[in-house]
Design a binder for this molecule. Structure first.
Ligand code: SAH
Ligand code: SF4
Ligand code: F3S
Length: 422
């Protein structure tokens, strides 16, 4: 028996790639383990979106390299976006890496894996595919053509391409047959999905109608392409989760222009109004960046003001990190690190208070929850998600995984709701 350990950084696209790679390794006789200690193969799936993400992965690879000295047979593979950006240059920095596989090559892993494992293959190669999780990711498109001036993704993931509808329907059916109840469709900009005449709203309808599927989610939407048809889909498709992740990036039109986002603050606020009119109780979440080159106090305050006005359920908040090879990294108006930090912590404070209020307002309500996993045997809690976006914990002696139950919310801690089944 061979053991493999995978560690994943970055976005859900990377998680989906790691799930795919785990499945391939399992069907070739590997057992996936929770610790690198005894693994024959250690895979680090990397992200390049911010400097911090790269530093963290490099630190971990260095740790694994240290361990490898004691386990000489161990293989270290570095895959994903940093592998794509740096290629074999990474091996110069971290010489105990055995293999570097870039994000764009990851898409071809099913064809490549047997060659890569060469004589290490054990077990029955025709063994059935691994069981899919209750909740699974399904990439519907890869790459990105938007070239926001700060972003490395189009450089590492390459040009945007949509996966054919027939292939997606097939993959979704296989997931459902394997026990998946909830599918999250992934793309850097799902609204620009196009396969011949099938756009994103039509794709949603097709997948929505598959027997056995209980819930459908998607991420991410670019505000410049959010269509009225998609907004209508929320009202028309009952399995579609009432959650929209709509990254705003900045509340200042001048900064949005410098970012090449192709929409204004007013357009974004108009979209929020439209979405809330169509689906009043929808959870809206966002990504935002502070300290983009040239961001003035007024620009920043416009972002804070937008956050107070929109009242997102939650937000991913970042300080701008210059990425080599992107236009913004060369802008001469870089913001001081200390200023970025101060702006970020104040915005986090504002949003945290709003998030708390959103969660507190759920107390006493009864919501439908799909349970995906057991949190820990000790506490006996099961974790699930509301058909919006919120995480819910329920104590139970019986296994709740894979069940949809109505839960009355009793309390909240941080970003988890706790309740009991009614
Ligand atoms: N395709 C998605 C974003 C993918 S990257 C979209 O367009 O919304 C995820 C998030 O990382 C972005 O939304 C942005 O907020 C953040 N990000 C991207 N590049 C960054 C950089 N150079 N510095 C800091 N944050 C960045
Ligand atoms: Fe990056 Fe912009 Fe593409 Fe999102 S849309 S991945 S932020 S370039
Ligand atoms: Fe995702 Fe990071 Fe790559 S955000 S696409 S893993 S650079």
């Amino acid at each position: 028996m061979l053991f493999a350990y995978l560690e994943t950084y970055g976005c859900q696209m990377n998680s989906a790639d790691s799930d795919m790679l785990s499945g391939l390794l399992q069907s070739r006789g590997y057992e996936i383990v929770e610790s690198a200690d005894d693994a024959d193969l250690v895979v680090v799936n990397t992200c390049s979106v911010r400097q911090h993400a790269e530093d963290k992965a490099k630190g971990r690879i260095a740790e694994f390299s240290g361990r490898k000295k004691r386990h000489p047979g161990q293989q270290i593979w570095v895959v994903g976006c940093m592998a794509e950006r740096m290629g074999d240059e990474l091996k110069k920095e971290l010489p105990l890496i055995d293999l570097v596989i870039g994000a764009q090559t990851m898409e071809r892993m099913p064809e490549l894996i047997d060659g890569l494992l060469a004589d290490q293959i054990h077990g029955d190669m025709n063994e059935s595919r691994p069981r899919s999780g209750i909740s699974a990711f399904l990439p519907i498109m890869r790459g990105c053509d938007n070239f926001c001036t700060y972003c490395i993704v189009p450089h590492v993931r390459g040009r945007e391409h949509s996966i054919p509808v027939s292939q997606l329907v097939d993959s979704a059916k296989k997931l459902i047959d394997g026990g998946t109840m909830e599918i999250t469709l992934l793309g850097q900009n799902v609204n620009s999905y196009l396969d011949e005449t099938t756009g994103f709203p039509e794709l949603l309808c097709k997948l929505h109608d598959l027997d056995g599927l209980k819930r459908l989610r998607f991420t991410t939407s670019h505000p410049k392409d959010l269509s009225d048809n998609l907004i209508a889909a929320f009202a028309d498709l009952p399995k579609l989760s009432r959650h929209l992740h709509l990254p705003v990036q900045s509340g200042s039109s001048a900064v949005l222009d410098a970012m090449n986002r192709k929409y204004t603050r007013e357009h974004y606020l108009g979209l929020i109004d439209k979405v809330r009119k169509a689906v009043p109780d929808i959870d809206i979440t966002t990504d935002v960046m502070v300290g983009f080159p040239g961001e003035t106090d007024d620009d920043y305050n416009a972002t804070v003001e937008l956050f107070r006005r929109v009242r997102f359920t939650t937000a991913f908040m970042f300080a701008y990190s210059p990425r080599e090879g992107t236009p913004a990294a060369k802008f001469t108006t870089q913001v001081d690190e200390a200023v970025k930090k101060a702006r970020l912590s104040k915005l986090i404070e504002v949003q945290t208070a709003i998030t708390k209020e959103h969660y507190a307002s759920m107390i006493g309500k009864t919501i439908s929850v799909l349970f995906t996993e057991r949190q820990s045997r000790k506490t006996g809690s099961f974790i699930g998600f509301s058909d919006h976006f919120k995480k819910v914990a329920v104590k139970s002696d019986v296994n709740l995984s894979g069940r949809i139950e109505n839960v009355k919310i009793i309390s909240t801690t941080g970003m988890t709701l706790s309740g009991e089944i009614v």
